[in-house]
Design a protein around this ligand. Structure first.
Ligand SMILES: C[S@@+](CC[C@H](N)C(=O)[O-])C[C@H]1O[C@@H](n2cnc3c(N)ncnc32)[C@H](O)[C@@H]1O
Length: 210
């Protein structure tokens, strides 16, 4: 993996939310982190290092909720913004990503905003740490359906994370591979979709088991 650069060189974004603002540190240029090794191993691609519009939209949605201690898991947390918003809203949050750098950045961003959460390195193909800690009341994911295999893996993983009343909040910029998750998911889940933002386009899909 390319060195992510000195933390002093990282950029701080300020994200306004209805009840205040959050601060997010990220590397200045995600593209500069791409290496030959990253092309060979998809888990090394630095998608985690950008703050994607879906994360901002999901954080905004969470900030107006009262999570009252709800056990909350974020999948593919990247820089950790939705997890931080969920912790601020009162959730007991675990953030997870297969990239150790994403998990380290999430821990730093949580500290920067004065919230406490757990952050774990975990790939969906090897999810024991997430399953052991379940079942979860709330599952979060933003912009994680960008390759067909992501949707396939999530469909296989979800049943192992769910309790009786688990809700999944999935923020997505309508990338074509998301249909490969949502269509089969409708067999087992009630799916309610709302457009959160037009430009850039972000849709929130709320899933509950039938
Ligand atoms: C497009 S980025 C979105 C990051 C963040 N959720 C956001 O919206 O800003 C996708 C994230 O999913 C993570 N990811 C992709 N496939 C994964 C897998 N199989 N297991 C765990 N994390 C994964 C990536 O490392 C990356 O952080």
């Amino acid at each position: 993996v390319a060195p992510v650069g000195a933390r002093e060189a990282w950029v701080e974004d300020v994200v306004p939310l209805p009840h205040g603002e959050l601060r997010v540190l990220r590397p200045p240029d995600a593209d500069a982190l791409i290496t030959e090794e990253a092309f060979d191993h998809e888990e090394f691609l630095p998608y985690w290092a950008s703050l994607w519009p879906s994360a901002v939209a999901l954080a905004r949605e969470l900030s107006s909720r009262h999570l009252r201690g709800a056990r909350t898991l974020e999948l593919g947390c990247g820089l950790g913004l939705p997890s931080i918003a969920a912790a601020q809203a009162g959730g007991r949050v675990t953030a997870s990503d297969w990239s150790p750098e994403a998990v380290a950045a999430t821990r730093e961003n949580a500290a920067l905003n004065g919230v406490s959460l757990e952050a774990l390195v975990c790939a969906w193909a090897d999810p024991a740490p997430l399953v052991e800690r379940g079942p979860w009341r709330l599952l979060l994911a933003s912009d994680v359906l960008y390759e067909p295999r992501n949707g396939e893996q999530l469909l296989g993983l979800l049943p192992h994370l769910l309790g009786e009343r688990t809700e999944l909040l999935l923020a997505d910029p309508d990338r074509p591979p998301s249909a490969g998750f949502l269509e089969p998911a409708r067999a087992g889940f009630e799916v309610r979709s709302t457009v959160l933002s037009e430009r850039p386009r972000v849709t929130l899909h709320r899933l509950r088991r039938r």
